[in-house]
Design a protein around this ligand. Structure first.
Ligand SMILES: O=C(O)c1ccccc1NCC(=O)[C@H](O)[C@H](O)COP(=O)(O)O
Length: 213
């Protein structure tokens, strides 16, 4: 069995090519100015043009207002928009209408109740993403390299396809998929050599691990 893969926070042609050549199914551009992975939309549009038709392009943002969502749709033209903030189901539905893109809703997980919050989003989004709740005071809502208790997802079924995210790496991917049964996985920090600096070798290793997971 193999899982679908998303490599997030790509900022350079070399890293994006490593993801595309390694067979990533989704590639993510972060639009969140506090992030070391942030790209201006015009730069992201130029960079991600090479991904069209090879992988699905995901615009990753958090608590974006209508104006930013509209700019993302017009300039980057992503296949999917990933909402990684505290968006409500109503806001997620609105984001889908505004952008015309598919919606991934990221849910911060620490407890079983956090997993249960997926139910409210299932009718209005295309994908769910279960990611670790960032540590108290963290500057970013995602991309912090923290994992949660994967057993919370064991044996669970959802009405939408879903990603497992949070602290994944080439070394722990197989175990994470074995425990959770995730159909898709997402990674950022675990394929970096420093915050925001993707390592093409680790991207290749992650994608190889996903093929045999
Ligand atoms: O990665 C960021 O900098 C980021 C900033 C703002 C919102 C979301 C962000 N990343 C979301 C992702 O999809 C990450 O890949 C996900 O949180 C997993 O990150 P990691 O634990 O570092 O693998």
């Amino acid at each position: 069995m193999s899982v679908l893969t998303k490599i997030c926070g790509l900022t350079t042609p070399g890293a994006l090519d490593a993801a595309l050549d390694g067979g990533a199914d989704f590639v993510g551009a972060v639009s969140f100015p506090k992030s070391p992975r942030h790209l201006e939309l015009i730069a992201a549009a130029a960079l991600f043009e090479r991904a069209r038709g090879r992988a699905r392009v995901v615009a990753v943002t958090a608590d974006a207002d209508d104006a930013l969502l509209t700019e993302i749709a017009l300039i980057l033209r992503p296949d999917l928009v990933q909402l990684h903030g505290s968006e409500t189901p109503e806001q997620a539905a609105r984001a889908g209408l505004l952008t015309g893109a598919g919606i991934i809703k990221a849910l911060p997980v620490r407890t079983a109740d956090d997993v249960a919050s997926a139910a409210a989003f299932e009718p209005v989004v295309d994908w769910l993403m279960f990611d670790a709740k960032p540590p108290e005071g963290a500057a970013l809502p995602g991309g912090v390299g923290a994992a949660f208790d994967w057993a919370l997802l064991a044996g669970r079924a959802f009405a939408r396809p879903w990603f497992l995210a949070g602290g994944l790496s080439p070394d722990n991917l197989a175990e994470a998929v074995r425990i959770t049964g995730a159909p898709a996985v997402d990674v950022s920090s675990g394929v970096e050599s420093a915050p925001g600096v993707k390592d093409p070798g680790r991207i290749a290793a992650f994608l190889e691990a996903a093929r045999s997971a």
